[in-house]
Design a protein around this ligand. Structure first.
Ligand SMILES: [Cu+2]
Length: 195
């Protein structure tokens, strides 16, 4: 095998790895971040051994915005682990705090389905429970109602690509992809919505 061919194969592998990890959390770091101009949106994480993460939830129109994610080929909104709406990504076993950063609306985080990869096709009218499922985050997870300013904590279970949504505001664009995988990183963020 020539050096050139060997390099091409290595590059292909690297690109494939980059693709596999796309759209999916901060890895290998520790700390707490408070974002400028959004004092109530705090991100805490301790990775990779005792992983913790925060997911903030709010209506896209309340300030998180919606993002057309080119990887998932879908419009995502209502959930972020940074500042604005994005696909979520954390390693399995991460303990996630889901915080409702809305001033006035209750929200939920429900698993809607599990997909093998893009495109993320969201079902039209899924039945989304308002009751907490208990247990780890997986394909049947339901956070229960999270009041404004309140949080729910859950440990991420099996690896996979999960479609998630809010039981109250699914039809209002609270639809997202939650990637649970080793080395998962968050997807591109929405831009700040017009005020
Ligand atoms: Cu909601």
């Amino acid at each position: 095998m020539s050096k050139k061919i060997a390099f091409s194969i290595a590059l292909g592998g690297a690109l494939l790895a980059a693709c596999a990890a796309r759209g999916t959390g901060p890895v290998g770091d520790t700390g707490t971040v408070t974002l400028p101009n959004m004092p109530d949106l705090q991100i805490t994480y301790v990775l990779p051994n005792h992983q913790k993460g925060t997911v903030s939830t709010e209506l896209p129109s309340e300030g998180l915005g919606a993002v057309k994610d080119p990887f998932w080929k879908a419009t995502l909104g209502g959930y972020t682990q940074q500042q604005f709406s994005q696909a979520l990504g954390f390693p399995p076993g991460t303990k996630i705090t889901i915080k409702n950063i809305s001033a006035s609306h209750p929200h939920t985080l429900n698993a809607v389905g599990k997909i093998s990869g893009p495109p993320a096709v969201f079902p039209k009218n899924p039945k989304l429970s308002l009751s907490p499922s208990g247990g780890k985050f997986g394909k049947n997870y339901a956070s229960g109602v999270i009041s404004p300013g309140k949080s729910v904590t859950v440990v991420l279970g099996k690896a996979g690509n999960y479609l998630i949504g809010c039981a109250f505001h699914y039809a209002f664009g609270m639809q997202d992809v939650f990637v649970v995988a080793p080395n998962a990183t968050p997807g591109p963020q929405a831009t700040k919505p017009a005020q």
